[in-house]
Design a protein around this ligand. Structure first.
Ligand code: SF4
Length: 446
């Protein structure tokens, strides 16, 4: 946030992070700039665990960047928590990034052989090193960022603060979302529009792929040196299927609507004789509503979520994941007893969560469970910031749909057809990445 009105900047950043908690639950941090001096507070844990009222009250300033983390590069630790703050010859820098550099190893190797010392194992530090070096060759930090962007491969939606400027950019393929809003005369940027709604900022527009936006005392300006041809960028389609909150809009397309569209397509492609359509909370719910609308089968609740447990998919280890399923979801016995259920979930990675859900429903008396999955089968890993693991851990790489269905104990199973993905996002203004389903990635990877 860049404040021109005297807002409680730390409080607004906190509220924005709270709205984006679903994007990362390992750590949270806020860096705040008061008269060119940046103060940082970050720790592991949920936003509300990390920031007590006392800590927030000490964070004063006119500019801030905040971050919630979910690790794909670098282990989960407070050192790897973001924002990162560094001091170099031109003053302080704070930076937070959503995404993953696919040429991280190559860049790190180059920097290490150039004498760089690293304190973290995350790729934000790589960008900071490159930026500090580029800044020596140019008079402006935003020009340095533009130079660095030419070296980066992979996804990054980046927010940073120099002593006097708030600067944001998106990678030229625009793989991760980033939007801009205004709160009176102040500027707010966030990964998703739901955060703008939370802080009552007016949505202005998405940051364009490749665009750099600078906000300082002279107002807002933009650099478009790295912008591709309009419409050629590739937003991650999994943002619509799973990652984003359903009340967000990305690239002009509502996430809720996109998820409902998957349900309608599934109802058409994989009809079922059933009494009830239910969704796996939270990201299966919208698709289940779409399936119910498309099929005419009543929609209802079959599973209840404990909201105080994090999203299972984004816990870093297998052990944490399986415990989290049991802690997180319970069955509404009366709703499912004696019924044939269509259960809609957003994806299947290893199959452990789905198998557990089917058995819980059957133990509670469901007569049949027909699983419908609003993503196509994962066949390839993700190199761009989603924890879709290597092929050896992807159930669909080793088993046919029929085999997976048997392994889950379901009565039938249908995945979103990959060739119909474009139909779920009819309003988006760009292309999309579907690499984890097709193996076609927008950037090269190591
Ligand atoms: S590979 Fe999959 S999860 Fe990764 S960016 Fe592409 S669509 Fe998103």
């Amino acid at each position: 946030m860049f404040d021109n009105d005297g807002f409680d900047v730390a409080g607004i950043t906190y509220a924005g992070l709270f709205a984006l908690q679903h994007r990362g639950q390992e750590s949270a941090g806020i860096a705040i700039n008061r008269e060119r001096e940046i103060t940082l507070y970050k720790n592991t844990g949920l936003v509300q665990e990390v920031f007590t009222p006392d800590i927030l009250s000490k964070l004063k300033g006119r500019m801030a960047v905040g971050h919630v983390r979910y690790s794909t590069t670098g282990e989960s630790s407070v050192l790897n928590a973001q924002p990162l703050v560094s001091r170099y010859v031109k003053g302080q820098l704070a930076m937070a990034v959503n995404g993953n550099l696919s040429n991280y190893q190559e860049l790190k190797h180059r920097l290490a052989w150039d004498g760089a010392i690293f304190q973290t194992t995350n790729d934000t530090e790589i960008i900071m090193h490159l930026l500090a070096r580029a800044r020596m060759k140019t008079g402006r930090v935003e020009t340095a960022l533009s130079m660095v962007m030419k070296e980066l491969q992979g996804s990054y939606s980046l927010v940073m603060m120099s002593p006097q400027k708030l600067i944001v950019c998106r990678d030229p393929k625009g793989m991760r979302p980033l939007c801009m809003g205004k709160l009176d005369n102040s500027y707010v940027f966030a990964s998703e529009t739901c955060a703008l709604d939370t802080v009552r900022a007016e949505y202005i527009r998405d940051v364009e792929p490749g665009e750099i936006i600078i906000v300082d005392k002279d107002g807002m300006r933009t650099i478009r040196d790295n912008c591709p041809e309009p419409g050629t960028s590739s937003i991650c389609i999994f943002e619509y299927l799973y990652f984003a909150r359903s009340d967000s809009y990305i690239e002009g397309m509502g996430v809720h609507e996109a998820r409902k569209n998957t349900g309608k397509i599934l109802a058409e492609t994989y009809p079922a004789e059933a009494d009830l359509v239910a969704g796996v909370p939270d990201s299966g719910i919208d698709a289940a509503i779409g399936y119910a609308e498309g099929s005419g089968i009543p929609y209802g609740k079959a599973l209840v979520i404990n909201r105080y447990v994090g999203r299972t998919f984004i816990q870093p280890s297998q052990e944490q994941r399986s415990t989290a399923v049991r802690l997180k979801i319970n069955v509404l016995r009366d709703a499912v007893k004696g019924k044939r259920i269509v259960l809609v979930d957003d994806s299947i990675v290893r199959g452990t969560t789905s198998a557990r859900l089917v058995s819980m429903l059957k133990e509670a008396g469901a007569k049949e469970v027909h699983m419908r999955i609003s993503s196509p089968p994962f066949l390839w890993p993700c190199y761009f910031g989603t924890d879709v693991p290597s092929k050896e851990h992807l159930i669909a790489c080793h088993h046919s749909v029929d085999e997976i269905c048997k392994m889950l104990g379901a009565d039938s199973l249908g995945f979103m057809p990959v060739e119909r993905l474009s139909e779920i996002v009819p309003d988006i203004k760009c292309r999309y990445c579907d690499g984890c389903f097709t193996g076609n990635y927008p950037y090269t990877h190591e």
